[in-house]
Write a protein that binds this ligand. Structure first.
Ligand SMILES: N[C@@H](CCC(=O)N[C@@H](CS)C(=O)NCC(=O)O)C(=O)O
Length: 212
């Protein structure tokens, strides 16, 4: 049975799982969760994810939510890809960054996405200056941490592409549109350019269309 990915494709969290599946060459069916129609609040979707949030993966009756868990699941289906390293310490280094992404990086990036991309797209009013200031303060603390790692190694968790790059990089898919303050971080810039050239990234970008 084909894996189903329930996504609202404009979201970086949707992009994350689409990027993973495409980069890994995994066949999947994309199921639209249309936020414009509040599809995430329907009983059917709530049965899949009681949080009423996407993305969700369904594989032959097995249901998984939380984008980083989904990325790990997909990577584990293709162990030869090395995205989820077999070596315990290498794997935990990548997983550590995924936890950091959920706890710190994603919430900081989401501020810029919401204020400067989602609000204009859905007519939700002006960007909030105080929220942007909060995002800049967070980015000022987090940017040097990620940049420091990327000044030392080609990818976040070492010299090979891992789930950490997929998870952290996905938040930057609309970084220019969201005007994320990344100019000072040469390592992040270099890495983002490399990720954006990957076939899985470009295929996933092509799917980021508003539902219509
Ligand atoms: N930690 C979750 C976050 C998922 C999440 O917040 N998804 C948002 C969109 S980006 C959502 O579905 N929101 C629906 C809503 O707010 O009604 C993950 O990484 O999967």
């Amino acid at each position: 049975m084909t894996i189903k990915l329930y996504v609202f494709p404009l979201s970086p969290r949707a992009f994350k799982v689409l990027f993973a599946a495409n980069q890994l060459g995994i066949d999947y069916e994309m199921v639209l969760v249309d936020f414009g129609k509040q599809a995430q609040k329907t009983p059917g979707f709530t049965a899949l994810n009681p949080n009423q949030r996407m993305p969700v993966l369904e594989d032959d009756g097995y249901v998984l939510w939380e984008s980083n868990a989904i990325v790990q699941y997909l990577a584990a289906l293709k162990p030869q890809s090395g995205l989820l390293p077999a070596d315990l310490k290498a794997r935990m280094t990548a997983v550590k960054w995924q936890f950091w992404e959920t706890a710190h990086w994603d919430p900081a990036c989401a501020i810029f996405m919401f204020e400067r991309v989602v609000k204009p797209l859905f007519g939700r009013g002006e960007a909030s200056a105080s929220e942007i200031a909060r995002g800049e303060e967070l980015m000022g603390r987090l940017g040097p941490v990620l940049d420091g790692a990327l000044q030392k190694t080609r990818y976040v968790a070492g010299d090979s592409l891992t789930v950490a790059d997929v998870s952290l990089g996905a938040s930057l898919v609309s970084a220019d549109q969201a005007k994320m303050p990344l100019e000072a971080y040469r390592g992040i810039q270099r890495w983002r350019t490399e990720l954006a050239a990957l076939p899985g990234w470009t295929k996933a970008v092509a799917l980021m269309r508003p539902p219509g």
